[in-house]
Each structure stands twice: as structure tokens, then as C-alpha cells.
Design a protein around this ligand. Sequence first.
Ligand code: ZN
Length: 219
Amino acid sequence: MDIAHLPRRTFLRGAAGLAVAGAAGLVLPRAAQAATEPRIYSCAEWGARPPTDALTTLDHPANRILIHHIASANSTDYSLAHAFQVARDDQHDHIDNNGWSDTGQHFTVSRGGYRLEGRHGSLDALRGRTTMIQGAHCPGQNTNAIGIENEGLYTSVEPPETQFASLVVFCAYICRQYGIPVEEIKGHRDFYNTECPGDRLYAKLPLLRSEVAKALKSM
Ligand SMILES: [Zn+2]
């Protein structure tokens, strides 16, 4: 497994990109690889329950992002309060119904475009760039892939534009922090027998990758 090599290659590409940007006369901070963080609401902010068991911090960065849909109602409540409720409901479902220690995925995006932490510690790990919290969002991928759940059900309708745009920003930040190539933004169904993230959201993954690539260039 060459997990350790992926970020390094990407950092080298990033360094080459900086040289070009520097030649164009842009003033870049010394630690330009660290991107400005978009607003991500922490577990404390949305009122998460404590995990029921100790979570595992893995001593390496993530090398993939898996896109999910919650398969929840396509609510037209796009408020922050609703996003917080979605995060709490999802956590209750994962702990009480699935028997997991905490929310399965690392992060969540609401239909209103709010970005939230899922599993405790995921945000600090992302900020630190060198570790990740072991997830519970896809068997076989939980020790290397960041899971992002999107509120809603996308088997026959597309996600709202606001949600998709927010997902682009979020993925770009995660790719930058962990050095994940955009090609490694995948759907849950790519690694597990599931409909997730729904035909309509799955069909947008090529667009997601190209939009994230664009966003990364301007970070
Ligand atoms: Zn899924």
C-alpha cells in the first residue's frame, strides 16, 4: 500500500504550481500549501453527543474522498438550524440503530450548503493534515477514505446547486489539506454494493472532480 507516497507526489506538484504562480508576480505566503479553511461547523457547534467508545486516530493522512447521500428526505428547509438537526439525527441513527461509536462519516453537507463535522476529531485531523480519524462509512475504506454525506436522496433528482457548490469547496479544501488527487474523489458505490450516492449525484462526480480541480488552482 503506497498511502504514504500519494501526498508527497501531490505536494511536489503543488510546489511546481507555486513556482509558476510566483513567476506571475503573485505574492504567496511561505506556507502556501495550507489553504484558507471554509466554514465547517464542529461537533460542539451542532451539539453532538459524545462518542460511545474511543475513536481511532490513524497516523497517516487520507488518500481518497468518498461521496455519499444520506438517503434522507429532500427537505426544503435550507437553514443552519435544520443542518444542525440533520447532523444530530444522523448521529443518533448511526449510534442507536447501527450500533456505531459515533457518526459514521467524517463530514456532512446540508441541502442548504452548510458544511459540518461528522465523526469527532475529523476537523482537527484535517487541520493537522497528517492524521485521520478512522471512519465507519464504507467497509474496506474506513482507514483511508474521508466520507462526506450529503443530506438528501439523489436517485432521481439532483442535489440543489447550493449544496453541490458547497461540496466543491469542501472537497477542494480536503484535497489540499491531505494532498489527495481529484481523481480519488469517488462514490460510495465504487467500493461497495450500494446505490449510494444515487444515480443523479453519482453522475455529477466527473463535474465535481473538474470543479474541484479548478478550485484548487485558485487556492
Ligand atoms: Zn454511502
